[in-house]
Design a protein around this ligand. Structure first.
Ligand SMILES: [Mg+2]
Length: 378
C-alpha cells in the first residue's frame, strides 16, 4: 500500500483538513489548523506531500521522525501543525487498514467514555449579559456537562485598577453561585498576565475553588510559570502552545504546573500527544488536551484520551462536535462522549461541506492595541 494523493480543505475559519488517499483506496483525515496562520500550514503540507507520496502509510513513526528531523531545522508551530495533521491522517488509515479504532492500536482503552468540558462563563454582569449566560448554561447543563471554562477576556496591561480586577472576581463568584459545588469551573488567562498580576487575581478567586487557571503567563518562560504555581493554592495548567516532548521537558522537570494541555494538531499529532501524556504521568501531571478547533482534531484527541490513565477532561468547543462537517457529529451524553467504534478515527467527513472554501481573511485575528497604541495580547 502506498500514499497516492494528499488534498487539503479549508471549509471554515479555524478548520483546515488534510486528506490522504492510498493506492488501494483507503482514506485518512487529519486537521492542520494553526489559528491565525491560515496559509502557512497549507504550504508546509504541500512541501511534505513531495516526500510522502509513494511511501507506505503504515510506517507512522518513521515518517514522523523524517518530517521532524530531516532538512536540518526542527519544530516550530507551522511544521509541527502540518506534521500533526498528517500523523492523524496516517493513524486514520492504519485503523482502517487493520479494521479497528485507532485507540486499539495505541494499547486499548483504559476508560469507556471521554469526559468533555465546555466553554461557558459570565463576563457581563448586566441584566442582558446574565440572561445570555443563563441561557447557555441551562442548555449545556441539560447535556450533562460537569465542567466549564471561561476567561477574563479583553486587554490586560501590566496592572489594572481594582474596578477591572473586581469585575472579573465578581463574575467568577457569581458563576460558582449559579453552578453549585458539584461542577468544576476553570479560567483561561490566555498568557496575558504578568506573574504578579496573575498571582494577585488567583488569590482573589481562590475562594470559589477553580478547577485550574490556564496559561496565567505567556509560554516562553517556565520559571515565571513555576513562580505562579508556587504562589497559588489550586492547579495551574499550560501547554496549548508547547510542541513535542522537548517543548514540555522543562515544564515537567520543574514541576511547573499541575496539568498540561498539549494540542493534538500542534504538538506532533496522535503519536506525540500520547508520548507527552506518558511523560506527564511520571510527574503526576494529568492531561487536559487543548482543542479549540475543528472536529477531526477533536476526534484525534479522544483516541489518545481513551488510552491514557492520567487523563482528566477533554476541551471541546461547539464546532469540535462536527455539525455540518461530519456525517455523524459527536453527541455529548451526561457530560461524556462514548468511545468511537468505527475503524480508524471513526468519522466520516462530509466532503461536499469540506470542499466549501472560506476566504483566508476570515481567520485573521485583526489588530489588537492598548489605548496608548502599544500592542496588546489577544
Ligand atoms: Mg487556552
Amino acid at each position: 500500500m502506498k500514499i497516492e494523493r494528499i488534498e487539503q480543505f479549508f471549509p471554515r475559519p479555524r478548520v483546515r483538513l488534510v486528506k490522504i488517499t492510498t493506492d488501494d483506496g483507503l482514506v485518512g483525515w487529519g486537521e492542520t489548523t494553526l489559528e491565525g496562520k491560515p496559509k502557512s500550514t497549507m504550504a508546509a503540507v504541500e512541501e511534505l506531500a513531495d516526500y510522502l507520496i509513494g511511501k507506505d502509510p503504515l510506517r507512522l513513526e518513521h515518517h514522523w521522525q523524517h518530517i521532524y528531523r530531516s532538512a536540518f531545522f526542527r519544530g516550530g508551530n507551522v511544521l509541527m501543525t502540518a506534521l500533526s495533521g498528517i500523523d492523524q491522517a496516517l493513524w486514520d488509515i492504519a485503523g482502517k487498514y487493520y479494521g479497528v479504532p485507532v485507540y486499539k492500536l495505541l494499547g486499548g482503552a483504559v476508560r469507556d467514555r471521554i469526559r468533555v468540558y465546555a466553554h461557558w462563563g459570565i463576563r457581563d454582569l448586566s441584566e442582558e449579559g446574565l440572561a445570555r449566560a443563563r441561557e447557555r448554561l441551562d442548555r449545556l447543563q441539560q447535556m450533562g456537562y460537569t465542567a466549564f471554562k471561561s476567561g477574563p477576556g479583553g486587554k490586560w496591561r501590566g496592572h489594572e485598577p481594582p474596578a477591572v480586577i473586581d469585575h472579573f472576581v465578581r463574575c467568577a463568584y457569581t458563576m460558582r453561585e449559579w453552578v453549585g459545588p458539584e461542577v468544576e469551573l476553570a479560567f483561561d488567562f490566555h498568557g496575558k498576565m504578568t506573574p504578579a498580576l496573575a498571582i494577585e487575581i488567583c488569590h482573589e478567586i481562590k475562594g470559589m475553588r477553580p478547577m485550574f487557571v490556564e496559561e496565567p503567563v505567556p509560554q516562553e518562560n517556565v520559571d515565571a510559570l513555576k513562580l505562579v504555581s508556587d504562589h497559588v493554592p489550586f492547579p495551574i495548567a499550560t501547554g496549548e502552545r508547547l510542541l513535542t516532548r522537548w517543548g514540555f521537558r522543562e515544564v515537567f522537570e520543574k514541576q511547573a504546573v499541575a496539568y498540561i494541555q498539549p494540542d493534538v494538531s500542534h504538538c506532533g499529532g496522535i503519536t506525540e500527544l500520547k508520548k507527552i501524556a506518558n511523560m506527564a504521568e511520571v510527574y503526576y501531571m494529568h492531561i487536559l488536551p487543548h482543542c479549540a478547533i475543528g472536529p477531526v482534531a477533536f476526534t484525534a484527541s479522544m483516541h489518545v484520551d481513551a488510552v491514557v490513565p492520567n487523563f482528566l477532561a477533554q476541551e471541546q468547543v461547539d464546532q469540535g462536535l462536527g455539525h455540518g462537517l461530519l456525517q455523524e457529529p459527536w453527541q455529548v451524553v451526561d457530560g461524556y462522549i462514548e468511545l468511537p467504534t468505527q475503524p480508524g478515527l471513526g468519522i466520516e467527513v462530509d466532503e461536499e461541506a469540506a470542499a466549501r472554501t472560506v476566504p483566508y481573511t476570515e481567520e485573521l485575528g485583526g489588530e489588537f492595541y492598548h489605548d496608548d497604541g502599544s500592542v496588546a495580547d489577544w
